[in-house]
Ligand binder design. Structure first.
Ligand code: ATP
Ligand code: MG
Length: 241
C-alpha cells in the first residue's frame, strides 16, 4: 500500500531526521511506530502524508513512485489520507459540525447528512452546534476522528493521538478506533511513545532510534518486567515477548 525506499530526510539546519528508512505498510494493517522523542516518528508521518518531501529516496503508493508526481497527483493522494494529532487541531471559531465538514468544504462537496451520521458514530450527536472550547479532550478527539473519516480515507495517520488523554479516555478512543477498523477497513499508521497503547491497537510495530528503524515486532498480548532495559529492548519485550 505504502512503501518507503531508502528514504532520508535532512532539514535545512542539517539535522538528519530520517536515515535510509525502508518500510512497507500493508493494506488494511494497523502499523505502530514507537521510539523515543526525536527519533523521527512525526517526520515519517509527515512524509507519508505528503506534507514534506524526502531529501533522498522514494515514497510509493500502490507501487507508484511519487518522485515525478504533479501537484494534482499529490492533492489526489492527500484526499485519500487523514491525520489525527495529539492536540486535535480543531478550528476554535467553527462549530463541531462545521469542523467535521471542513475537509469536504475544501473539496467543494459538502454533505451535512454524512457529517451528522459520523457525529452519531463517535457518540456526539448532541454536540453538533457546540464549539471546541466547550468540549473535553476526549470529545475533541472524537470530533477530530469524525472529521478524519468524512472523506472516507484509505489511510489514517495518527500522531500521538491519545497522548494528551487520560487512561480511561484513551481506552474510549481505542475502542472507537476498533469500530472504525471493522466498519471502514483503513490502513493505519499509529505513532506513539506509549507501548501499551500500541500493543492494544496494532498488528505490527516498528521501533525507531535516531532516524532509523532498528527493530520490528509482531504484537502479542503477554506482559513482562521491563525495568533497566533500553527503550529498544523494552519495546521488543513489551510488544512481542
Ligand atoms: N522542521 C524541522 N526543522 C528542523 N529539524 C526538525 C524539523 N522537524 C523535526 N526536526 C528534527 O528531526 C528529528 C526528528 O524529529 P521528529 O519530530 O520526527 O521526532 P519524533 O520522534 O516525532 O519526536 P516526539 O516523540 O518528540 O514527537 C529531531 O531531531 C528534530 O529536531
Ligand atoms: Mg512527534
Amino acid at each position: 500500500m505504502i512503501e518507503l525506499v531508502n528514504v532520508s530526510k535532512i532539514y535545512d539546519d542539517k539535522s538528519r531526521a530520517l536515515k535510509d528508512v525502508n518500510l512497507t505498510v500493508y493494506e488494511n494493517e494497523t502499523l505502530g511506530i514507537v521510539g523515543e522523542s526525536g527519533s523521527g516518528k512525526s517526520t515519517l508521518l509527515r512524509l507519508i502524508h505528503l506534507m514534506e518531501q524526502p531529501t533522498s529516496g522514494d515514497l510509493l503508493f500502490k507501487q507508484t513512485s511519487t518522485l515525478k508526481w504533479t501537484k494534482k497527483d499529490i492533492r489526489r493522494q492527500k484526499e485519500k489520507m487523514s491525520m489525527l494529532f495529539q492536540h486535535f487541531n480543531l478550528l476554535s471559531n467553527l462549530t463541531v459540525l462545521e469542523n467535521i465538514l471542513l475537509p469536504l468544504k475544501l473539496q467543494k462537496r459538502l454533505n451535512k447528512e454524512k457529517a451528522l451520521s459520523l457525529l452519531e458514530f463517535v457518540g456526539l450527536k448532541d454536540k453538533a452546534n457546540s464549539y471546541p472550547s466547550q468540549l473535553s479532550g476526549g470529545q475533541k478527539q472524537r470530533v477530530a476522528l469524525a472529521r478524519a473519516l468524512i472523506t472516507e480515507p484509505q489511510v489514517l495517520l495518527l500522531d500521538e493521538a491519545t497522548s494528551a488523554l487520560d487512561i480511561q479516555t484513551t481506552e474510549e478512543i481505542l475502542r472507537l478506533l476498533d469500530e472504525v477498523k471493522r466498519k471502514y477497513h483503513p490502513t493505519i499508521v499509529f505513532v506513539s511513545h506509549d507501548l501499551e497503547v500500541i500493543k492494544k491497537t496494532c498488528d505490527r510495530v516498528l521501533v525507531m532510534e535516531k532516524g532509523e528503524i532498528v527493530a520490528e515486532s509482531k504484537v502479542s498480548k503477554s506482559q513482562l518486567g521491563t525495568e533497566g532495559l533500553t527503550y529498544k529492548e523494552k519495546a521488543i519485550k513489551v510488544l512481542s515477548s
